[in-house]
Design a protein around this ligand. Sequence first.
Ligand SMILES: [Zn+2]
Length: 214
Amino acid sequence: MIRNSFSSAAIGMFLLVWFPGSGDASGSRKADLVEIVALDSSIHLDIRYATKNNFMGMVMYAQARAFLQRPAAGALLRVQREAKRHGYGLLIFDAYRPWRVTKEFWDATPPSKKKFVANPKKGSKHNRGCAVDLSLYHLETGLEVMMPSPYDDFTEKSAASYEGGSAAQRKARDLLRTMMEEEGFSINPDEWWHFDYKDWQKYEIIDIPFEKLH
Ligand SMILES: [Zn+2]
């Protein structure tokens, strides 16, 4: 089930008429969501929305799984290889997010915090399978690396440019950013953990629950 499929398909068709064969029109790429740990099991998961340990305080996902569109997943695997050179591995909090969950976040979030959640009218890059929320873990111990704020902190400490916290925390945060940018991801300035893959515009908003993805 693709949310907004009518309007997106209409726009997509319009662009394809004008740019036949370009393959770059909005929503022009076919969804190909792949499960990240199936490609590289050394990437760790802490899928908070499959637990009550999240800002909603509710289980939002029936399964603790992480998917991305195939090119974004490939880029993430390259980041994992680079992270290992620094003694770290990637720790994923969230990746592809079904549209209905974005709608539930929006409805539950007070106006003062809405900059931290996507408006469901536009959808989120998570809904396109092109955004990932992640941190680092220590390869030796498996423990999460301390960053200047916890995940989903939703305060000024979450900003990518926040100058508080310890020097080691800022260094880890900035290393994650550098490695991700090197592979075509860009950071959300309000959230050190959130990265969008460069080709997100080419994918539709998706509303398929995890249990329907193989
Ligand atoms: Zn995010």
